[in-house]
Ligand binder design. Sequence first.
Ligand code: APR
Length: 318
Amino acid sequence: MSRKGKVTVVGAGFYGSTTAQRLAEYDIFEEVVLTDIIEGKPEGLALDMNQSRPVEGFETKVTGQSTGPAGEGYEAIGGSDIVVITAGLPRKPGMSRMDLIETNAKIVRNVVENVTKYAPDAVLIVVSNPLDEMTALAAKVSGFPPARVMGQAGMLDTARFSYFVAEKLAVPVGSVRTLTLGSHGDTMVPVPSACTVNGKPLSDLLPADEIEALVNRTRNGGGEIVGLLKTGSAYYAPSAAAARMARAVAEDSGAVMPVCAWVDGEYGISGVYLGVEAEIGAAGIRRVVERDLTEDELAGLRAAAEAVRAKQADVASL
Ligand code: APR
């Protein structure tokens, strides 16, 4: 089996370390680099992951590297094809993602400045919250073409929605297709017209009020987990989603996924990072895929665009 390419995960917390593990276990990369500002943390986690290789049977090498305030250690990410940015604080119970904006903007800005210097050709996948704003900030700070910067949210929200539907109807998760667009937050836009179970429209299987309850649980899906954990936020499903996006880039697969992408005219919306379906390839977003939406869904998507547009303008000055 041929392995190629280098992927870096910045931030070796729960989200970053599980993402690195998933990427390494795919066994398709030459190297996975994991970095963090806490000295010894990425090195220790990388050593531990490398020691799992004989058991799990993967050859991808994992490198851990701590980084300093002036960018010391960033040489380790040199030549990365993909950089997943997970650095930043997670929510505490009762917090909204937006409460993290000032703190995480400083962190993401610093990370992106260094990433741009050492991995100028990488595709950036941002997962730090608030997601839509941090993705826009990363694009601005990097100066990369918008198609080379994307955020992970729609894959996760969709996965949560699909899980809730599968649980409700007692069917395998694999038989459920759902879709959410818009923002990773209050203006998440569920798209019931694209939801099916074994090919049948979800609306034929569940009454509208029950679908609405599942949509609400999805919208608060991250908060529900934060409330249970009390320290930290979700990472198993989030890392699964981010790793799949990185894999689509690495394999130049053309997979269509709901992601946070630069929208430039699609759905009559322009100049904003927003959750939409997009075809993913080696250079990032190949194209935003527009689908037929009902009037309500389209109105929801446009409202989400305006809500995140205002915040994305603010974040540039943080
Ligand atoms: N460079 C690299 N790593 C950093 C930096 C930085 N400038 N600043 C902070 N970090 C690291 C922390 O040291 C910590 O190890 O980011 C890591 C964050 O890990 P956790 O606290 O475990 O948070 P996690 O659950 O991984 O979430 C990370 O993803 O879902 C979002 O809202 C969440 O913004 C948060 C991010």
